[in-house]
Design a protein around this ligand. Structure first.
Ligand code: FES
Length: 577
């Protein structure tokens, strides 16, 4: 690998010339107390930090950034911390997904507009991972992703609690009157015991694991619990490594390939991944101009079974157990035959070299391929007259009786009316009904909120019902479970067939046949389409107005059309005058 010379670095354009503008840059660095020794001949390393006072998953980033800086300094780089929007999954409304592309745009433009030669991306809470990576891929500078790491296991009265998964479970127990308010409050205090991301195989752990599989994080990084001292050392290693990546010019186009995305889809299926993986991986691949599609996910689903016994697909373990069992390298060691091992990674070595010595230390946490948690991959892609452009279900985390099911639709046009109805003890509903929520897709949501795990109606919960077939154009939390058909495309708000169904229509799901169907003739659907009225736009100004005009559908990854790397000519480097 040829090493770059200092004069060729971007930052040298800002600080090296003997001209008035570079004088200004240097004098302003000195204003902050730096000396020429701090920057002369050194790469400037950006550290995009998604810390905020209201993001519990990134609470440690305020300190962890110093560990990254230590590594940069040790390796002869000049660290520059750049804050970016934090996107705390729990607090940002109506949904962080409304702002994933905002973060991607911010990351790309932060890098473009500043004297940055390479970057460490600090993220982990759901949308922060794809958002940061999408922007960094489009910018094309060497980067390394530092995952926040999962929080410690939850605990209440000697029982282990899993993020999200146990919130939904205990909430239903409370609605059914099985647990008291006092017990509910104990769950509230015990379910999130440390900083770090959700410790189930939710969207955060899914996306950080897939980022590592793509070769964009250090080996093993995504499985380390946030509160483990190994996490601090990993952060410092990120700082050291990015300096070398700059000198080696190890840009993302040398790491990402059709094969690395294939690896990511195979690992996603074996992990029991979040359904959100589909949207984010498609968006990331399109930034790399290596488009993957729902059909590729469907093919990967037949390649490997789910072998990570992590909740919610598994029934017992959490990310902390996964780490002790060998973590992601351990899991990949079981998939060697299914992976493209020559794929390049941020280490400068191949995936195969990175996992050469990986082992599994607990066969029930990371199962052998012949003793899987679920016999196919985590996700199934469904199509039919209700979803001509596809939708997704996670069959391994729902009651098997719904793998083939026909029932009458109970249709809701918005969340408030659904929420009121499911708490109504007189609601006319049976366990065979199919609960439908529409107008909650990318444009209709807006932002495709995680509303697809519709609550089971209260009167059924009290009778012991804990799963029903549900259907929507929304997403669901990766920590959630149940027979939820999600991401129906095209969405109802723009006139997808979901907009045409009525309460009482019969809906059929057949997972084995990958079918989702409303039992109506084409003529009847056409008749209803003629009288369908498009709803009012959600926004008439501001970011939401721009969002509504440029967001793409779920099967296309929900990126803004104009942000995709192939949209128009490449963006030039900024002029410096
Ligand atoms: Fe941040 Fe789950 S809320 S990862």
């Amino acid at each position: 690998m040829t090493r770059r010379k200092y004069e060729t670095l971007r930052s040298a354009r800002w600080v090296a010339p003997d001209d008035l503008r570079a004088f200004g840059h240097r004098s302003r660095l000195m204003q902050m107390g730096y000396s020429p020794e701090d920057w002369q001949g050194k790469p400037m390393i950006g550290i995009i930090n998604t810390w905020s006072d209201i993001n519990p998953c990134h609470a440690h980033f305020r300190h962890r950034v110093e560990d990254v800086k230590r590594g940069v300094l040790q390796q002869g780089g000049f660290p520059i911390e750049l804050p970016a929007i934090s996107l705390a999954e729990n607090f940002v409304k109506p949904t962080t997904m409304l702002y994933r592309n905002f973060l991607a745009m911010e990351a790309e433009e932060l890098l473009r507009s500043h004297p940055i030669d390479g970057v460490v991306l600090m993220g982990g809470c759901d949308k922060t991972t794809p958002g940061l990576i999408m922007g960094a891929i489009s910018m094309g500078l060497p980067f390394i992703f530092m995952p926040a790491g999962p929080m410690l296991r939850g605990n209440v009265k000697g029982k282990v609690l899993g993020s999200g998964s146990d919130s939904w479970k205990y909430w239903d127990e409370r609605r059914a009157g099985v647990i008291s308010e006092a017990e509910w409050l104990q769950v509230e205090a015990g379910i999130a015991r440390s900083y770090g991301t959700c410790m189930t195989m939710g969207t955060a752990s899914t996306m950080t694991s897939l980022t590592e599989t793509l070769g964009l994080s250090l080996p093993g990084a995504s499985s380390i619990p946030a509160a483990d001292s190994n996490h601090i050392r990993m952060a410092t290693n990120c700082g050291r490594r990015i300096v070398e990546m700059v000198w080696d010019d190890l840009t993302p186009d040398k790491i990402l390939s059709p094969e690395s995305f294939q690896n990511a889809m195979v690992v996603a299926m074996a992990l029991g991944c979040s359904t959100n993986a589909v949207i984010h991986l498609i968006a990331m691949s399109r930034r790399a101009q290596l488009d993957i599609s729902l059909d590729d996910f469907e093919a990967a689903s037949h390649e490997v079974p789910v072998i990570a016994n992590i909740r919610p697909c598994g029934d017992t373990y959490l990310m902390e157990d996964f780490y002790y069992a060998g973590g992601l390298p351990g899991l990949m060691s079981r998939l060697r035959e299914k992976l493209y091992l020559p794929a390049m990674t941020v280490t400068g070595q191949t995936l195969g070299e990175n996992i050469r010595d990986a082992e599994v230390y607990h066969d029930d946490v990371i199962r052998p391929l012949d003793k899987p948690v679920y016999h196919e991959g985590a996700l199934a892609i469904l199509k039919g007259n209700l979803a001509p452009d596809g939708c997704v279900i996670k069959p391994g985390s729902c009651d098997p009786k719904f793998w083939k099911h026909t029932g009458p639709a109970l249709v809701f046009d918005d969340y408030p009316s659904m929420k009121a109805a499911v708490e109504d003890e007189n609601l006319d509903v049976t366990a065979d009904h199919v609960l439908v929520l529409r107008n909650v897709g990318p444009i209709g949501g807006p932002g495709m909120p995680e509303w697809g795990m519709l609550p089971i109606p209260a009167r059924l919960v009290k009778k012991g019902v804990r799963d029903m077939l549900r259907l929507s154009d929304a997403r669901m939390s990766g920590t959630s479970y149940g027979a939820c058909v999600l991401h129906v495309a095209p969405e109802a708000y723009i006139g997808g067939p979901l907009a045409l169904i009525q309460t009482g229509d019969m809906i059929t799901l057949d997972v084995a046949q990958r079918k989702i169907q409303v039992e109506l003739s084409d003529a009847e659907l056409a008749r209803r389409r003629e009288v369908w009225q498009p709803p009012q736009p959600r926004y008439e100004r501001g970011y939401g107005w721009m969002f509504s005009r440029h967001i793409q559908q779920a099967n296309e990854g929900c990126d803004f059309d104009f942000l995709e790397t192939g949209f128009g000519a490449p963006v030039p480097e900024p002029d410096i005058f």
